[in-house]
Design a protein around this ligand. Structure first.
Ligand SMILES: *Cc1c(COP(=O)(O)O)cnc(C)c1O
Length: 234
């Protein structure tokens, strides 16, 4: 099988999973945006995805993302940054990322806004919520504690070049994803009560997207299920 046929078949299977999960909770599957996480995979795969109709791609490391974005700048794609952003890389990330999913501290908001200004563009932002408390997990998978999310959302909303789109969460590795995504939905509702335009809930990966869609995810971030297993560094 060619790489193209393999990826096309995986995309079709993913589409079915999303449709089934949405049907189970009576919501339209068309409302779900799929971001294909292309980290560790080559720019040729990004090109293939664009040819197959994918419109949103995600990366989690600046160096890799900036190179791939450069190689693929002729393509009509929205670039999502889903990994931790180092403060000294924030301005650079703001020069190519359309959406940053990992806003977890005030310093990052200021740095991204400055970078967006310098690049004369706007950047969509999601506040990443730590879901460790929701499942009693000790090991942090990053994100802001739920009680700090409101203040971060406020900061983003006041930044001149940033658009507050909503919240993002990663379920703890050893917890119940349904519990984690239920907590995320609560936090999302609180944010939306203050900022009605912040409707996005970025949640769900290859292994837990059904649980996320059951709890209202509007964006799923899927790597493995579309592109295959990553090497050890993924
Ligand atoms: C890698 C990654 C994903 C995709 O994970 P898969 O299990 O390969 O689908 C989603 N979100 C974030 C933040 C990631 O780093």
């Amino acid at each position: 099988m060619t790489r193209r046929a393999e990826v096309a078949a995986n995309l079709a299977r993913l589409r079915e999973r999303i449709e089934r999960a949405c049907a189970a909770v009576d919501r339209p599957a068309d409302d779900v945006r799929t971001i294909v996480v292309t980290k560790t995979f080559p720019a040729s795969d990004v090109r293939l995805l664009a040819e197959l109709g994918v419109r949103d791609v995600g990366e989690n490391r600046h160096q890799e993302a900036v190179a791939k974005h450069q190689e693929c700048r002729d393509l009509d794609l929205r670039w999502h940054f889903v990994g931790a952003v180092q403060s000294n890389k924030a301005a650079a990330v703001a020069s190519y990322a359309d959406v940053v999913h990992s806003i977890d501290r005030p310093k990052l908001v200021a740095a991204l806004d400055k970078g967006a200004h310098a690049a004369d563009r706007r950047v969509g932002c999601l506040v990443q919520v730590s879901l460790d408390q929701a499942t009693g997990t000790q090991q942090g998978r990053s994100g802001a504690d739920p009680d700090r999310v409101g203040a971060l959302a406020e900061l983003v909303s006041r930044a001149g070049r940033l658009d507050l789109l909503g919240v993002m969460g990663v379920a703890p590795l050893d917890g119940d994803p349904d519990k984690a995504f239920a907590r995320l939905a609560d936090v999302a509702a609180q944010v939306r009560a203050r900022f009605p335009a912040a409707t996005a809930i970025s949640a769900g990966m290859s292994g837990d997207l059904e649980a996320a869609l059951g709890r209202g995810a509007t964006h799923v971030r899927v790597g493995t299920a579309v592109l295959g297993a990553r090497g050890a560094k993924g």
